[in-house]
Ligand binder design. Sequence first.
Ligand code: ZN
Length: 186
Amino acid sequence: MSAIAKARSASRSEDPPASGPAASSATEPSPAPKERTPDKGRAASGVPFLLDFFPLEGPEQTRVARFYERLKEGHLSTTRCRRCGSLHWPPRVACPRCHAEELDWTDLPSTGRIYAFSAVLAGAPLGMESDVPFAVGLVDLDGVPLRVFGRIDGRPWDELRVGGAVRVESFNLPDGRVFYRFRSVD
Ligand SMILES: [Zn+2]
């Protein structure tokens, strides 16, 4: 047992029984707050509306609604400029290269390779706290010059590897919205 572990062990055994706020031991890590914002004001996904960056997916709300429609059908898609041919990510309403607004929708490959990844071990975004630890990373989609960021599921983060094969999958949120993530398929 290390000196630190011994010291912790000794200090723990001498701790008085918890009897109030002052008894909250300085030697113990602070527990996660048990009470968070009440459900009032939260989207069905559990995330507060004002912190929900993607609340609106319908055609009456966004000009890239087609992206979500295709995702519901299981396809990752994006826009391509009809004038200069640029393939965009994320999908656009105007070409960032030539500013044309004449864009076509195109499905993207559903497979790719991990370019880089990292693990979320703490401080997860709201609504994802109970998923920790999980992996996020950049994926080079097969056959197109696009590097797409997303969550990578399918195996523990410390078993992922750069160059590992993934496929795109869509997943449904409890409130009817949809988003994509990657799944390791090595
Ligand atoms: Zn263009």
